[in-house]
Design a protein around this ligand. Structure first.
Ligand code: GDP
Ligand code: IMO
Ligand code: MG
Length: 422
């Protein structure tokens, strides 16, 4: 049995926190796509942890964590993550397994990412510059290096050929990028040695067996549906399928083996990086969300753009993923707003529509809002659904009715314990 957990907006919905909360119910937590562009935050016992590549179940003794074939791994960042876990005495050698088919991010992939962004000028994607796009390009172009290659003595020959090609490509961009490749390569080799201490597996085989034995598996998504390479706000997206289908290709899970699809969304909307965002606020309300919600990227530290909840976009994400239950995050951040707005339709070239059109840039789309009463109550100490203020219950009921999917968790703070089950 495999359940999926996915972000339904532009990432940073709180996936890390909820995976950590739910891990006690699962035997295996498996990441299926993305790479260290992700930053998944967990908080418990007064300590905040940020994971980039490692699944968010790693802090629980019971669970095996798998980095699946659909993930791209940067050995340099991976080593730093392992070093951090080491400080908390986490036994990652026995609990963390890596797919041989996962692709490797080379230092030159990161440089290519920087060169590509620099060449785009104002039209840049706002990439995290972790080399994600160039690595997936080499994967689909059938030129990539995989974790399994590291088990062969000639991996450095393969590495050299690919890195040399990348250097020629960097020259092609004709932009100023300063780097010392020898230093970057030395760091890469140290990362590779750290990675090689872990167990490499044929993860699809491992997952078939686990399913046959009746184990419970949770597939952890990265980024969000609106950053999906096919269904997101292209070209301002990431380079993988962040939606439900990505779990099938990123782990080798058959579609008919997926049971629950858990969709995570914030009670409002944020986006980091460039690209259209119809409900974005440039006023005091947006600034308040950013300040109260501490909206800064977990990977890059960039401030996140903030705005009201966009139900048109959320409905689209629910449909594409086949979401069976919802989790609403950061409800506490909306406490104190007199009025809460929800975008229920777009005014698209003078016509009112309720689906996501090809272009959602502000010159085509103006959000149409429904206004709801806000609540003043501080939610951060609440533990039971019965304690939620009536205006928040109205907000939840309205969203459930619009989306036709139940909201099973309301999150009221970053800590593991600030989680209300309904
Ligand atoms: P992810 O990428 O989806 O795992 O999300 P991030 O970790 O990038 O961003 C979510 C941020 O919100 C983190 O700083 C979390 O600690 C924090 N967070 C998660 N849930 C809540 C919540 O219910 N309330 C508040 N105030 N913060 C939360
Ligand atoms: P998590 O898993 C939010 C955004 C970047 C940029 C675009 C492309 O923490 O939710 P990339 O580095 O993939 O080439 O960047 O995607 N982005 C994210 N935004 N959360 C993430 O991950 C993101 N990963 C990438 O900001 O706009
Ligand atoms: Mg994040």
């Amino acid at each position: 049995m495999v359940d999926l957990l996915l972000g339904l907006q532009w990432g940073d919905e709180g996936k890390g926190k909820i995976v950590d909360v739910l891990t006690k119910e699962y035997d295996i937590i498996a990441r299926f796509q993305g790479g260290p562009n992700a930053g998944h935050t967990l908080e418990f016992d007064g300590i905040k942890h940020v994971l980039h590549t490692i699944p968010s179940g790693i802090f629980h003794k019971n669970a095996i964590n798998i980095v699946g074939n659909g993930v791209v791994i940067d050995p340099v960042i991976f080593k730093k993550e392992l070093d951090n876990l080491g400080k908390f005495n986490i036994d990652f050698v026995s609990k963390l397994l890596i797919s041989r088919k996962a692709h490797l991010i080379l230092p030159t992939h990161r440089l290519l990412d920087a060169a590509s962004e620099a060449s785009k000028g104002k039209a840049k994607i706002g990439s995290t510059l972790k080399g994600i796009g160039p690595t997936y390009m080499d994967k689909t172009g059938r030129n990539g290096m995989r974790v399994g290659d590291l088990e062969f003595d000639d991996w450095k020959t393969k590495y050299r050929a690919l890195a040399d090609k990348h250097e020629a490509m960097i020259d092609f961009y004709d932009v100023e990028i300063e780097y010392n490749l020898a230093e970057l390569e030395a760091e890469f080799c140290i990362g590779v040695e750290a990675l090689k201490k872990l167990t490499f597996i044929d993860s699809e085989e491992y997952i078939f067996k686990a399913q046959a034995e009746g184990k419970k598996i949770l597939a952890e998504g990265a980024q969000g549906s609106l950053l999906d390479i096919d269904f997101g706000t292209y070209p301002y997206v990431t380079s993988s399928n962040t939606t439900a289908a990505g779990a099938c290709t990123g782990l080798g899970v058959a579609p008919n083996k997926i049971e629950r699809v858990l969709g995570i969304f914030k009670a409002y909307t944020t986006r980091v990086g460039s690209g259209p965002f119809p409900t974005e606020l440039f006023d005091e309300d947006g600034a308040t969300m950013g300040r109260v919600g501490n909206e800064f990227g977990a990977t890059t530290g960039r401030p996140r753009r903030c705005g009201w909840l966009d139900l048109v976009a959320l409905k689209y994400a629910v449909q594409i993923n086949g979401v069976t239950e919802l989790m609403m995050m950061k409800a506490d951040v909306l406490s104190g707003f007199k009025t809460i707005k929800v975008c229920t339709a777009y005014d698209y070239k003078g016509e009112k529509i309720q689906h996501l059109p090809y272009n959602i840039e502000s010159e085509y789309v103006t959000p149409v809002y429904t206004e709801m009463k806000g609540w003043a109550k501080d939610l951060t100490k609440l533990t039971k659904a019965e304690e939620l203020p009536p205006a928040l219950n109205d907000y939840i009921s309205f969203l459930e009715e619009q989306l036709q999917v139940p909201i099973k968790i309301v999150s009221v703070g970053p800590d593991r314990l600030q989680t209300i089950h309904r």
